[in-house]
Design a protein around this ligand. Sequence first.
Ligand code: ZN
Length: 448
Amino acid sequence: MSSSYAPFMYLHPYYQSWNVKARLIRSYDIQHVKNGRKIWKMVLLDATGEPIQCIMFSKDVDHFIDKLQEGLVYCFEKVQVIPADNWLRVVQNPYQLNITKETKVLVVDTYVEDFPTYYFNLVSLHGVQSFKHAEGNVIDVMGVVIYASEIESVGPTGTIKQDIVILDQSYFAMRLTIWNHFVDEIGDRVIIDIFQNLILLACGVQVQNFNGSYLTTGKYTRLYINHKDPISSSLAQWYGLDHFAQLKARWIQTRGISLHRTLLTSNACRTTISKFTLMPKGKTYRVLGVLVDIDVKSFDWYDACSICNNKVYYVGDQVTCYKCSKKHSVQVVQGVSVKITIKDSNRSMCLLLFNKQVEFVLQSSTSQLKEWHDQVIHKEIIKTKWSCLFTSYVFILTSPTITSALSSYKVTYVTFVNWEEECAYLLKRVRDKTKTPSKKHRIINVDH
Ligand SMILES: [Zn+2]
């Protein structure tokens, strides 16, 4: 065999055939497509650590089946270079290799040290949201496993799934939904070892968008727990020392609410009342404030949809919920909203609370409140009954746009303040500020 092998960075499709030497780091399941055709996708890594996607079709697949094994280093002679598929590109290389029957394949050695054994191109969990419009691509992420749901059966076909939440140095907690054989692979381990700070490396996961971004496993996914590489170890070390990250994880683990709501609350951008109105739209914010007033006159009682809690409308005899489904008969429940005022050290702000939020803050059911409200003539007296006044809450607000009618901001979710986490966050911020030295006055790190 020839002794000259081209590094992947020099490959291009204007040359008929190439000789390359590489480690086969991933061999995916053979896909059966239309008309009995087959596609076999792989990832190869050259001596410099550069990856390339490799593809084989139908009869060539039959020729090489059982002859290529993941983990080994091979010499490939007479291999074609073609533009990479746009759909589900596993690695970011504009080209891919096409192995055909004409390609000569020779295994080099079972253990070649100068060829790297793994490749990943990590996206920060906070950055995953920006992949909204790149659904054809798969990404690699890494994080500390901070939550694992029970394993769940979906539908009658025996499909199983599990939700895992991972956290990285961007302090963003991201949901990864794993399916079927991935659940068999790691499902029990992540539940049993949930407090062992497992590091999950998820290569080739897909970004989905429904009520915000989340990740899901697919046919090009590989999951590794506590993978042996420097980034995994530094992530584990970071988490072990970061008090705020640990408290954030603990809060997520102990919530009794839906996972979606938990993550929405925990990941919301922290801001203050005065800064909130200046914030860009389309994001979720969390504002901490003391509840200083409940506008008793603003109590609004209305008929709400039992599914989504939004106001229903009556068109003739028909009850209609514009948010859910117009076609199905809508169950009507009592809905309520009330205007409140909150305050922090600088400013105050008016907020509009709805149903569940009103019930949570006033610690009573809607029907109880209605009864009470109807009975008491001097509404102001009601206020003295509520211990929620002068208590601090975290309010989740989605958009700095005032709801016109009541000149107040709509609340998405409200919860108690976890002071331990808030303090850890403030301490982290103070530390981060002192850590960024200007070029003129560089602070010498004396920790080591
Ligand atoms: Zn509805």
